[in-house]
Design a protein around this ligand. Sequence first.
Ligand code: BGC
Length: 990
Amino acid sequence: MNQIGWNVIETEFVPAELHHKETMFALGNGYLSTRGTFEEGYPGENATTFIHGVYDDVPVVYTELVNCPNWLPLKIAVDGEVFSLDRGEVLEYKRQLDLRWGILSRDVVWRSPKGQTLHLRFDRLTSMAEEHVLIVRCQITPIDFAGEIEVIASIDTNVDNQGVKHWEHLNAGDTDNSAWLQLGCLKSKIELGMATQLTCSENAIATSANVNGNPTLSAKYSAQTGRTVTVEKIVTVFTSRQVSHPAQVAQERLVSLPSYTTLLAAHGAVWDALWRDCDVVIEGDSTAQLAIRYNLFQLLIAAPRHEDRVSIPAKTLTGYAYRGHVFWDTEIFIVPFLTLTQPQIARNLLSYRYYNLDGARRKAHEAGYEGAMYPWESASTGDEVTPRWVTGADGHPVRIWCGDIELHITTDVAYGVWQYWQATGDDEWMQQQGAEIILDTAVFWGSRAEWNSDRQCYEIRDVIGPDENHEHVDNNTFTNRMVQWHMETAIAVLDWLRQHHPAKATALTAQLDLTGDRLQRWSHIAQHLLILHNPETGIIEQYEGFFNLIDVDLSEYEGRTKSMQAILGIEETNQRQILKQPDVLMLLYMLRQSPLKTPWANREDLQLLRANWDYYTPRTDHTYGSSLGPAIHAILACDLDQSDEAYEHFMRAALVDLKDVRGNAHEGIHAASTGGSWQAVVFGFGGVRLTETGPIVDTPHLPPGWTRLNFKLHWQKQCYEFDISSTNGVTEVRVINNSEVPTLYTEKLPETFMDLSIKPTATEMPIKGVIFDLDGVITDTSEHHYRAWQQLADEEGIAFNRQANESMRGLARRDSLLHLLGDRQVTEAQIQEMMMRKNGYYEQFIQTLTADDLLPGVLPLLDELQATGIKIAIGSSSKNAQLVTKLLGISERLDAISDGYSVERHKPAPDVFLHAAMQLGLDPADCLVVEDAAAGVEAGLNAGMWVVGLGPTERFTAAHVICDDLAEVSWHDLTALLADSQIVCLPIAV
Ligand code: BGC
C-alpha cells in the first residue's frame, strides 16, 4: 500500500460548510455511524448517530432510522470558559480523517475570551474490532497559563430526527467515573443501552450526575503550563436487536474493556486487513487516489460485517435523506465491490433480501400478483416504505409513484444474487437462500407480464424505468430485457438445484408452486417479451413513445445549478427527452456481454453501444440528475475508448461527497456513487471483464496522467492482484498473484495475517520503517533481568539458573514469572507483588546503563537509517522501554516506542509491532522487525512485516534474514539480503 493519499485534511473551519463537513467526516464501523460533529458541539449542528436496523415508525415515510443519543459530548472549561469554535479565538485548526486507520483527529489552538491559550488534540474512533465500543480521547495542553481545568463528558439523550422524537427514557444510573442509560423507541420498542466512563491521566476530582436526563461525568484538575493531560471517554452501546438487556450488557462490556492502546491496536488491525483486500492504488493522480480511497472507506464503514438482516441505505448511515431506506443502489452499485473484495459482507447484504422475502410477497399479493415483488424502498421487513406523497419545491404535494411501479428493483436483487454466486461459487448459500430469491421473484414476473394477442408478444406496461424523469411508461427496455434475463436465469437455477440439491428443488417446487405450466410460461415470456430496437440505427428506444417526446438541447442550459426537473417541473420534464440517469445505457452496462436478445442480437456490441451512447449521453442531466449516473457513464466511455470523457464522469462520481459537487452532501453520503466509483476504476479504467474462468483485463483505459493502477479481486476463493502500469504511452498488465483467500479478520483481534503479494524484488524493496526489539537487540539487559529473576527466585526458594533464564527469552514479564513459578499455586495478588518486586530489582540494576551499553553496530545502523529517511521505532514487551532508551541516550533518534504498556497481548501476537507501525503511520508491509527471540520473529511475521532474526539459525524457522548480531551490518547490506530472501510472509496462527 502506498502511503500517499490516505488523509482527508481540513485546515480551516468554515461555519457555512458545517453540515457538508459533518457528512464528510462521519466515522463508522459497520454497526453504526456518527456524523462528524464536534465533541464540544456547535450551534445549528446535526449531531447524528445511526445504528443499522434501529428503525421506528413515522408518518408519510413509514419508518426511519432513529437518531441515537449523541455519545460525543466532551466539554473543556478553563476558568469558567467552555471551549467552543464560536467563542474566543481559534489560532490554529486542523481536522484530519485518517482513512488508513479509521481515526478522526483535530488539533486546535484556542484562546479563551479571558485570554488563556490551550492546545487541544482530539482523536475519535468507532472501533472496527469491537463494534460496540466508541472512543473520544483528548490531550489538553495549557500554553500560557496554569489553573483549574474541568472536563465534562456526557451522553446527550435529547436528540430527535429533525424534530421528530423517537426515544423514551427507561432507566439510568451512575457510579464515580461511569454512567449508563436505557432508552426505548416509542413505536418499534427497540431498546438501547449505553454506558460511558471518563479517565484522566492526571489526579482529578471526579463526579457523576444526571443532568437533564443526560448521564454526565466530570473531572477537575490543576493544569500546569506546557504539561499535557490526556482524558479518555469510552462509550459502549448495545440494542435489543442483539441482546435482551442492552443497558446491562453495555455496563458489563465497559468494565471489561482493555486499555485505549490495546483497543487502538485491535481497531487498526481490522482496518489493515480490510485494506489489504480492498485498497486501490492509483499513481500519477493524487486527487483520484484520495477520492477512491475515501469512497471505499465510506463503503467499508457502512457495510455490516457481522449481521445479515440489515443492508446499506442509499445515504449509508450518514444522513437523513431517504430516511435510511434501502434501494437498488445496494445490489447494483455496492454489492459488486463487496462480492469481489469482501464476499462475506456481500452475502450478508443479500441475505437481508432473503429474510425480507415475506414483505416482498405481501407487496405482490396486495398489488394482485403472485410471488415476491421487492419494495422500491426497503427497511426492516421488506414491505414497501416509499412515501406516496412528498412536498414539492413549490410547497404542493407531489405523488411519488416509485413504490407502485418502479419494478426493476425486483430483478436488480436477483441480478445481485446471481453475480455473487458466479463470483464466489458459494453453492451452499445459493441453495439455502439465493435460489428462493431468484425463483419467487420470477414467479412475480410470470404473473406481471401480459400477453398482447394483437402484437403476439408479452408486454410490461405502466412502469418507471431507472430514468425516473419518465413515469407511467410502457415496455421500458431496461425492465423488459432484465425480465427476459430473469426468466432464463430462474429456469437455469431450478435446473441446477434439481441436479445438485434435489431435495431443495422438490421443496421449493412445492412451496412456490413451480409447476410445468409455470416454467413453460417463463420460457415463453423469455422468447416473446417485447424489446424495442431499431435495426437500422441500432438505437434502442427507452420505452414505447420516447422518441416522440420533445427534444431538448441541454447545452442551452449550461451553467445551471439545479436539475432539469427542478428547472422545468415534473410534468414538463416528463414530456421531454431529458434523462435523469442512464436507462438504455444502464442496461448495456449490466448486460455488457449479451446486451440484446432479439433477432438482431448479432450486431456488434460496440457498435450498439456507440449508437446508443451518442443518442442518450447528450440528453442526460449529468450534473444535477441522479448521482448514480456518472460512474456508469465513466465505464461506458472507457469501453468506447474516450478516456478524457470517462475521467470527467469519474471525477464527478468520486468527488460527489468530498467536494460536494451537487451541493447536497449535507444530506448524507451518496452510497451508490461510492460503489460506482470503484466499478469505474476496475471495470472502466482497469478494463476488467468477468469471465466464466475468472476476471481478466481486457483493454485497460488509464486516464492521462495515471502511471499505475493496482487492485485485488476475489474470484471463486482465489485472490487476483492486478497491476497495470503505463510508461510513455505503453501499458503493461501484470496479474501478480493467484492464491487461496485467507480469512483476514475475525470479530476480535485478527489471529492470522497474510501478505498476499509476491515478495517484492530488490528494486522495489518497500521498507519505510524499522522496529527494533529492545532487549538482546539494542542493548543487552538480559544480564540485569537474569540477576533480578535470580534474586526473586532465591527469595522464593525456587531453583533457577542461566539455562532456565534462557528459556524465558522474549517472554513478557508475567509470562516469565509464570514460567519461573512452574507448578506452584499462587494467587493473583502474589503474582502482582512478585512482578513488582522483580521489576524493582531490575530498575535498580539498570540505573547504571549508558550509551556504552548499546550493542555493537546499533548506533551506526540507527544513524544510517535516519540519514536514509527510514523511520525508527522500538517494539518491545518491556515496560521499561522508555527508561532504558533514555539511559542509553537514543530517545531522540526514535520516532515511536511501543512497549509493554501499549498493548495487552504480547509476542507472538502481532499487536506491539502493529501498534508501532500505526504510530509511525506506516503500512505493516512496509516495516521491518529486528528481533532476537523466536516469539518476536513470529510476532513480526504475524504482523505481515519483514523480519530479521538475530542469533543462531536454529532459534528461528521463518525469519527472512538471520544474522548473528548487528555488528557491521549496514542498511545497504540488510536490504540486499532481504531482497534475496526466498521467504514470503505466510500466516501463522497465534
Ligand atoms: C435515483 C434512484 C436511486 C435513488 C436513491 C434517486 O434519485 O433516481 O435511482 O435509487 O435516488 O439513491
